[in-house]
Design a protein around this ligand. Structure first.
Ligand SMILES: Cc1cc2nc3c(=O)[nH]c(=O)nc-3n(C[C@H](O)[C@H](O)[C@H](O)COP(=O)(O)OP(=O)(O)OC[C@H]3O[C@@H](n4cnc5c(N)ncnc54)[C@H](O)[C@@H]3O)c2cc1C
Length: 642
């Protein structure tokens, strides 16, 4: 069978190929030519990318160099087409490493190569796929309940199906996608490039935008669900209220409540919690909020029945969601008032709203491994680079401004980007340039839309704290009365309350959230002592602020979980849970690492990463390459297995 990443054979005429090449990433194209021709000299000459920057996919090549590369490409592609588009011969490991290094303009350390090979699947093999576990009778006796059907829960279903383990997914919504089901607010889109923010084994050449909007993301997860036949395993519109461990039978009783109020109990040998960290809306308690006369809703519960045209909208909160909402609704509403507690740092990204041109889509579909190298091109600068940039240099002066020299340079670059857009309006500059170190909170992607919205006459940015809400206005502490017909809460999620509001009772009647308090932890973000056969995806300590995609993390977690289940099933064991010392050591080390990273800076007072004591327990301080290698295979010595 043809390697699925070798591209579909084509007979496209020369003129159309030349047209397509006007669109594509030239460095990625040149690597595809190496596969097509088998000739490495293509990347050993003068034509080579000059540098790398996140979302810069042309390697800073000059127009002349790009034209030269396209002319060369046309020749090679024409020859390849005329030979009938044969599947390219595999490339040697040495040449692959050379190609990686060439593309990202720096040596790719050896320790990353196996991870990248797995991510890129150049051999056409999904190395994270699992084989059936144990014999059919053993598997049948090991039903698993998965809580949630976002990207994590869906992935869990796919892998459990491959493993032959019976499973039920319980999902409180009526459809798949989690975040991408619920967040249908105007302007909702991903801010990690989609050619990476997708399953490694289900890459897609169909994205219509580089940073797709919510409906397209939701459709993607739906199509993956349909392809793998996961739908029939899901109980939709059913919420898990809690789960209780029974020692005698070594089972979990998972309590559910359907939309009609009917309660049920599912008995499982293992539970996979895939409830997300950003799934439960946070609405701040503001005096008088319930007296507001008009429609009021949270961004994740957008009321599409409310016509905003010509109306006065007050949006409370402008973090990641509000940042996308404001520019989208500003042209439509009568007046928009944005209440923002903290200004946001933003990453310049001119491609943020750009469409994927037809040429790129043609290349993704037909040119051998173009899509895989493109994935790598986005992955690499967004991989572990951000972690180094987030590290605090304790000797760096004025930590309120920047935590290291690199962080100061980033601050300068971000500040130039902001100020460059708004000119010399000192009042606005004071409001929109953050007063904390760059990247200290979730850094947003920006193409100018946000500041474009704020400089409109019919949009006001209010940084003064809110005092109370009246039936037709939001009133700030300085007495300012901001009239409104509609209230939007873009106030984020209960991100620090892991697994809220479920009640999970483990061994000896210990309730998980009570045990955690405000300090949730799990060994590798996955398992917790006293909670046998209970596994988390996107659990405590696994959110990513330094780069990467959470889908990558989910794939690491699910491989680990599947291997744990395999150990249980084939070993004839009843239970496994992490040794308390491993769990504590993990949490302690994670906390120590986090303390040395910019997100922990005390000058960042309001951050959804922080609990009420200013500590961070949701984020990962680890390099992706480390997390990948630690979760590749469970070390059974880390567990108490019975
Ligand atoms: C607006 C927004 C934008 C984001 N943008 C990005 C981005 O650009 N890049 C990125 O990497 N990440 C982004 N994220 C983070 C995003 O949450 C993850 O990327 C990813 O979608 C998480 O998938 P998940 O399946 O783990 O969790 P979720 O997508 O949150 O899915 C959890 C699922 O569990 C269900 N569930 C929860 N509790 C229960 C229960 N008790 N019973 C039954 N079902 C339950 C929920 O209904 C939901 O379907 C964003 C998040 C938000 C909110």
């Amino acid at each position: 069978m043809r390697n699925p990443h070798a591209g579909e054979p084509f007979d496209t005429p020369d003129g159309e190929i030349a047209e397509a090449l006007l669109d594509v990433s030239i460095p990625t194209l040149l690597l595809s030519l190496v596969h097509m021709s088998g000739d490495p000299s293509i990347i050993r000459g003068r034509l080579r990318p000059a540098g790398l920057f996140l979302n810069e996919v042309q390697g800073y090549l000059s127009e002349e160099d790009k034209a030269e590369a396209r002319a060369l490409a046309l020749e090679v592609i024409r020859d390849y087409r005329d030979r009938g588009c044969p599947e390219p011969e595999p490339v040697s490991a040495g040449l692959l490493h050379e190609m990686m290094t060439w593309l990202v303009c720096e040596d790719v350390p050896e320790e990353y190569v196996p991870l990248l090979m797995e991510e890129m699947e150049l051999d056409g093999r999904d190395a994270r796929r699992v084989d059936p576990v144990g014999d059919p009778a053993e598997r049948a006796a090991f039903p698993v309940v998965v809580i949630g059907c976002g990207q994590s829960g869906l992935l869990a279903g796919i892998r459990l199906q491959e493993a032959g383990i019976p499973f039920t997914i319980v999902e409180k919504n009526a459809g798949v996608g989690g975040t991408w089901w619920e967040n249908s607010y105007p302007g909702a889109r991903v801010d990690v490039g989609n050619h990476f923010y997708c399953y490694s084994f289900e890459p897609s050449d169909h994205w219509t935008e580089y940073f797709a909007r919510q409906p397209e993301l939701q459709r993607y997860f739906q199509s993956v669900m349909d392809k793998y036949g996961i739908g029939p395993h899901v109980r939709w519109e059913t919420e898990v209220l809690g789960a209780e461990w029974d020692e005698a039978s070594a089972t979990w009783s998972v309590r559910t409540r359907a939309a009609d109020g009917t309660e049920d109990v599912l008995v499982a040998r293992a539970v996979v919690s895939a409830v997300g960290q950003l799934n439960r809306p946070h609405v701040p308690a503001i005096e008088g909020a319930d007296t507001f006369a008009g429609p009021a809703f949270h961004s994740a519960r957008w009321d599409h029945g409310v016509d905003l045209a010509g109306r006065r909208v007050a949006m409370i909160g402008a973090g990641a969601s509000g940042f996308q909402i404001a520019p989208t609704i500003a042209p439509e509403v009568g007046h928009l008032t944005v209440f923002q507690r903290t200004a946001q740092w933003m990453f310049p990204n001119p491609n943020y709203h750009a469409a994927v041109g037809p040429g790129v889509r043609w290349a993704l579909r037909h040119l051998p491994f173009y899509g895989r190298w493109y994935r790598f091109l986005i992955f690499w600068p967004g991989c572990d680079k951000g972690l180094e940039a987030a590290r605090v240099d304790p000797d760096y002066p004025d930590q309120q401004r920047a935590v290291s020299e690199m962080n100061d340079l980033t601050r300068q670059m971000f500040t130039d980007w902001i100020v460059g857009q708004i000119g010399d309006d000192p009042d606005l500059i004071a409001k929109v340039v953050p007063d904390y170190p760059a990247t200290g909170k979730r850094t947003l992607q920006d193409n100018g839309a946000w500041l474009g919205a704020l400089t409109r006459d019919d949009v006001d940015l209010v940084r003064t704290p809110i005092d109370h809400i009246e039936p037709d206005a939001v009133v700030t502490v300085d007495g300012g009365r901001h009239e409104a017909d509609v209230l939007v809460y873009a106030t984020g999620f209960r991100a620090t309350e892991a697994l809220y509001p479920m009640t999970v009772v483990g061994r000896d009647g210990v309730e998980l959230r009570a045990m955690w308090g405000e300090r949730p932890a799990a060994y590798l973000g996955i398992t917790v002592p006293g909670f046998p056969n209970f596994f988390c995806m996107y659990g405590p300590g696994t959110n990513l602020a330094h780069g990467g995609s959470l889908i990558f993390h989910s794939e690491c977690q699910m491989r680990y979980i599947t291997r744990c289940l395999e150990a249980l099933v084939t070993g004839g064991h009843r239970t496994m849970e992490p040794r308390p010392d491993r769990y504590e050591d993990w949490h302690e080390r994670s906390q120590r690492e986090l303390a040395g990273l910019v997100w922990s800076q005390p000058s960042i007072r309001h951050s959804f990463f922080k609990n009420s004591a200013g500590e961070i327990h949701g984020l990962s301080p680890w390099r992706l390459v480390d997390y990948w290698s630690w979760t590749k295979e469970p070390d059974l010595a880390d567990f108490v297995i019975a």
